[in-house]
Ligand binder design. Sequence first.
Ligand SMILES: C[S@@+](CC[C@H](N)C(=O)[O-])C[C@H]1O[C@@H](n2cnc3c(N)ncnc32)[C@H](O)[C@@H]1O
Length: 255
Amino acid sequence: MFGKNGTSKPQQKRFLSEAKGITVGTLWDDVGTATEATKEIQKLFNREQNFDTPKPERLIERVISLATEEGDIVLDSFLGSGTTVAVAHKMNRKWIGIELGQHCYTHVIPRLNVVIDGEQGGISKLVNWNGGGGFKFYELAESLLVKNERLPIYQINPSYTFEMMVEAICKLEGFKYKPVGEYHGTSSENRFIHVTNEFVNSSYIISVTKNLDKKQSLLIYCTKKQSAMILPENVEIKKIPKDLLAKCNFESEGL
Ligand SMILES: C[S@@+](CC[C@H](N)C(=O)[O-])C[C@H]1O[C@@H](n2cnc3c(N)ncnc32)[C@H](O)[C@@H]1O
């Protein structure tokens, strides 16, 4: 246990008078220290929200100014306390941040909100930051396909509503989700998609293609279909979930 509250760490103290020789300078000598980073975090958040591995804003500012120009996109796929995107924002870069844990809610979002309001810590004075801008926040949905509990097959995630499933299929197949009439989305002026849980037979196809021109085409996704159907040339049928498996990467699960 070190320090008054047991939260400090031991540090080696060296006096200038004892130093010998000259240390060669590097680009990273004046970019702040772990102590500075911890102070920045403590100013931004309360004690319970301390973060284990903070980086000083000055360090990230140096990296971003060496590697990018204003308007470039900075990606941090391990946001942590959000230093990288906070600095990128203050430096007028566009940015994309990804975080798996609760840090998004406890650190990153509150931090970006104060940055947008003109927070004056870290590199703010160095880059004349006065606030502005904004960000969009998205949460990933659960996986569309999940393993069946008893059988060695994949199935649509039971937590998905029909609309969620249709939207996900549109995304995977490269269609813009926009339900109009019998179509659920379009990938071009002349290509449409229709998704259904109904049994698809010849009469179903006739009804769903009644407004389809010859120069237009339709992709139908269904769970059950009549076998050996003769389809119009501009209609293609795919099965749920079979034809979705190829669109998802399950390699990491050893399949
Ligand atoms: C060491 S911290 C990042 C520090 C951060 N760049 C900063 O300067 O404050 C690593 C973060 O990555 C997150 N993480 C780990 N695996 C992840 C994954 N697969 N996708 C997104 N975030 C992940 C952890 O929750 C943790 O907050």
